[in-house]
Ligand binder design. Structure first.
Ligand SMILES: Cc1cc2nc3c(=O)[nH]c(=O)nc-3n(C[C@H](O)[C@H](O)[C@H](O)COP(=O)(O)OP(=O)(O)OC[C@H]3O[C@@H](n4cnc5c(N)ncnc54)[C@H](O)[C@@H]3O)c2cc1C
Length: 389
C-alpha cells in the first residue's frame, strides 16, 4: 500500500488551492494524493471576490471591476472601490490552471472515486476510496460528511441562479458592475440581483436569495427575465443565454469541526464560508496559505492553540439571525449600510480586516437597538454553550 504525506479528499476549490500552495512551497516534494469523485471538465461555477492586491490566481482572473453599484427601490449608489478590485474567476480556468501545475509535478497522484471513510489510525490517517485504503500522514478534507445542525444554529441557504447573456447589440459598460440590486419584492426573504458585465455584449445576471425555501427552476428564470425587462429594458429577443449557473451555499454559524486529530477540514466543510454573505473563495485562500506557512514552519497546520473567539463571527451571527428571522427587511438593512458607509469600508469589513473603531462606524449605520438586542442574545447563547466561537 502506498503511503502519502498528504491525502487531499475533494479536489474542488479548497483541495486544488491547497495543492497549488503546497507545490509553490518548500513542501513541494512531499507525496500527495488528491481524490475527487469526478474529473473537472465543466465550468461548473464562477467565483467572485475582492482583494486589495494581486492574488495568487491573478493570471486567470477572467474579468475585474473597480466601479460598483448598489440599488434598492429608494436608493442608488455608485462608487469606485479602491483599494479593492472585484474579481471573477471561472471554475474551468481555475481547474485547468491547477491541473497544469499538478501535471508538472512527479509526486502528486490522482484518484477518481468516492471517498467512503476517513479515520485517524495509529498516528496516521486511513482513507477508503471505492473500498481501497490509502494511508496518509495528514488528510485535508473538503467533503462535507457530517450534517449541519440547523436547529441550534442560525442557518440560511443562499440559493442562486444566473445566466451569462449575450446581447445582439452592445449594451453594457464592462467597467461597471452591480454588486446588489434589491429592486424586487423581498417577501420576507433576502433577494437581490447582481450584474457582472464581461464586455459590451456579455454579462452574468444572477438572482441570489437567502432563504430556507428553494424555488422551482422556472421561477428563477421568470424573475431574471422580469428584472431585465423592468430595470435594463432588455427583452427575450435581445439576447441569447450562453451559460447558466445554479448553486446553493450554506450560510451558517454552525461551528464546523476544523480538526480531528490528523484530519484537517478545509473549504466549506472546514467553515471557510462567511456565514453572513456566503463568500468563501477569498477567505479559504487566506486560511489555506496560512496553513501551508504553518506546516513549513512547524510541520503542523495549526501549531499554537489560538483563542477561537472572533468578533467577526459574532457580527455574522447577528446579521444572519436578523435576516433568517426577518426582523428587519433585507433591502432596508442593506440600504442603511450602503447609505452611510463607503463601498470600500463595507468590503474591508466583510473581509474582516477592519479595526474595532471602523466596525463601530459601520454597525452604527444599522438600527442600533435591534442590533444590540440580537448581539446580547448571541453573546448569551455562546456563554450558555460555553463556547465563544
Ligand atoms: C455555483 C456556485 C457559485 C459560487 N460562487 C461563489 C463566489 O462567487 N464567491 C465565493 O466566494 N464563493 C462562491 N461559492 C461558494 C464556494 O466558494 C464554492 O462552493 C467553493 O467551490 C467551495 O470550495 P470547496 O472546495 O469547499 O467545495 P467544492 O469546490 O465543491 O469541492 C468539493 C469537492 O469534493 C468532491 N466530492 C464530494 N463528495 C465526494 C466524495 N464522497 N468522494 C470524492 N469526492 C467528493 C466534489 O466533487 C468537489 O469537487 C459558490 C458556490 C457555488 C456552488
Amino acid at each position: 500500500m502506498r503511503e502519502y504525506d498528504y491525502i487531499i479528499t475533494g479536489g474542488g476549490a479548497a483541495g486544488l488551492s491547497l495543492v497549488y500552495y503546497l507545490l509553490h512551497s518548500p513542501l513541494r516534494d512531499k507525496r500527495i494524493l488528491i481524490v475527487d469523485k469526478t474529473e473537472k471538465t465543466q465550468n461548473d461555477r464562477t467565483w467572485c471576490f475582492w482583494e486589495p492586491n494581486a492574488g495568487p490566481f491573478e493570471s486567470i482572473v477572467y474579468k475585474s471591476w473597480q466601479h460598483l453599484s448598489f440599488y434598492t427601490q429608494d436608493l442608488e449608489r455608485h462608487a469606485t472601490i479602491s483599494p479593492f478590485t472585484y474579481k471573477m474567476i471561472r471554475g474551468i480556468d481555475f481547474y485547468r490552471f491547477v491541473n497544469a501545475a499538478i501535471e508538472k509535478s512527479k509526486n502528486v497522484d490522482r484518484v477518481y472515486g468516492s471517498v467512503e471513510t476517513i479515520v485517524n489510525k495509529e498516528g496516521k490517517v486511513s482513507v477508503t476510496i471505492n473500498g481501497v485504503s490509502y494511508i496518509g500522514r495528514w488528510c485535508f478534507n473538503s467533503i462535507l460528511f457530517a450534517p449541519i445542525d440547523k436547529l441550534n444554529y442560525n442557518y440560511l441557504d443562499q440559493h442562486f441562479k444566473g445566466w451569462v447573456i449575450n446581447m445582439k447589440a452592445a449594451r453594457f459598460d464592462p467597467e461597471k458592475a452591480t454588486l446588489m440590486d434589491f429592486r424586487l419584492p423581498q417577501q420576507g426573504e433576502t433577494r437581490f440581483f447582481y450584474v457582472l458585465p464581461i464586455d459590451q455584449h456579455r454579462a452574468l445576471v444572477e438572482l441570489a436569495i437567502f432563504s430556507n425555501k428553494r424555488w422551482p427552476q422556472e421561477q428563477y428564470d421568470v424573475a431574471i427575465q422580469k428584472y431585465l425587462n423592468l430595470h435594463h429594458n432588455i427583452y427575450k429577443e435581445d439576447f441569447s443565454i450562453l451559460e447558466e449557473e445554479f448553486g446553493v451555499i450554506p450560510m451558517t454559524d454552525f461551528p464546523f469541526n476544523q480538526r480531528e486529530g490528523r484530519i484537517i477540514h478545509i473549504g466549506t466543510a472546514g467553515g471557510h464560508t462567511k456565514a453572513s454573505t456566503g463568500y468563501t473563495f477569498w477567505r479559504m485562500q487566506q486560511a489555506l496559505q496560512k496553513m501551508v506557512e504553518s506546516m513549513v514552519a512547524s510541520g503542523d497546520p495549526y501549531p499554537a492553540k489560538a483563542s477561537n473567539f472572533s468578533r467577526f463571527k459574532l457580527y455574522d451571527s447577528v446579521l444572519l439571525y436578523i435576516l433568517e428571522k426577518n426582523i428587519l427587511p433585507a433591502d432596508y438593512l442593506f440600504a442603511r449600510l450602503f447609505k452611510k458607509n463607503s463601498f470600500s469600508d463595507i468590503l474591508k469589513f466583510l473581509n474582516e480586516r477592519t479595526t474595532l473603531t471602523e466596525e463601530l462606524k459601520i454597525v452604527k449605520a444599522l438600527p442600533i437597538l435591534v442590533f444590540s438586542k440580537v448581539m446580547l442574545k448571541e453573546i448569551w447563547l455562546r456563554l450558555k454553550r460555553k463556547s465563544l466561537y
